[in-house]
Design a protein around this ligand. Sequence first.
Ligand SMILES: Nc1nc2c(ncn2[C@@H]2O[C@H](COP(=O)(O)OP(=O)(O)O)[C@@H](O)[C@H]2O)c(=O)[nH]1
Ligand SMILES: [Mg+2]
Length: 192
Amino acid sequence: MKIISAEFIKSAVKRSDYPEELLPEVAFAGRSNVGKSSLINTVVNRKHLVRTSSSPGRTQTLNFFRINNQVQFVDFPGYGFAKVPLHVKAQWKSMVENYLKNRRTLKLVIILLDIRRVPSPDDISLIQWLEAFGIAFLIVLTKADKLSKNKCSSQENIIQDSLLIRKEEMICFSAVTRKGRQEILQHIMRVI
Ligand SMILES: Nc1nc2c(ncn2[C@@H]2O[C@H](COP(=O)(O)OP(=O)(O)O)[C@@H](O)[C@H]2O)c(=O)[nH]1
Ligand SMILES: [Mg+2]
């Protein structure tokens, strides 16, 4: 897939504010600071489509982007930031659950995990939730450039075992080297 256009459409919290269900959608989820903005920007070849390193847990909106008039990306707010007050966590949960339950054009959720860390309880509950609702997901391990090749594959195995997922459901990625970019795009093309 060649990226011809990538544009921000809108932010939304409530279902009534979502853009129309015209194009297939891929959502991106992960803990704050996992590298989600960097990954989206790398995938679409834009430096600043999505803002990187904004203070974690700040804006609690779903952000919609349109790529090539072919697919929409939905950027979820990062989760798992310790200092976020409980009522904000509850808001996150209801906003995301509403989207996941109701969005008929949703084709795939890409869950980002830091390759150096064990998945958090928040990561695991999101995955279990998607499995329970039969929503397709792909795990992307971010910041692969931070580890040697050997360490990357051993971490991959550890994370696979802990999540009980198959190798085909996981891709290693780096925004620095752009490793994994094509694989992610190919996966997206297949599911849409
Ligand atoms: N080395 C390395 N750093 C990364 C990578 N992706 C993101 N980062 C850094 O991690 C921090 C958080 O990235 P960001 O994309 O803003 O994460 P977000 O909070 O999940 O959207 C920033 O300092 C990025 O430069 C990567 O693949 N490799
Ligand atoms: Mg971000």
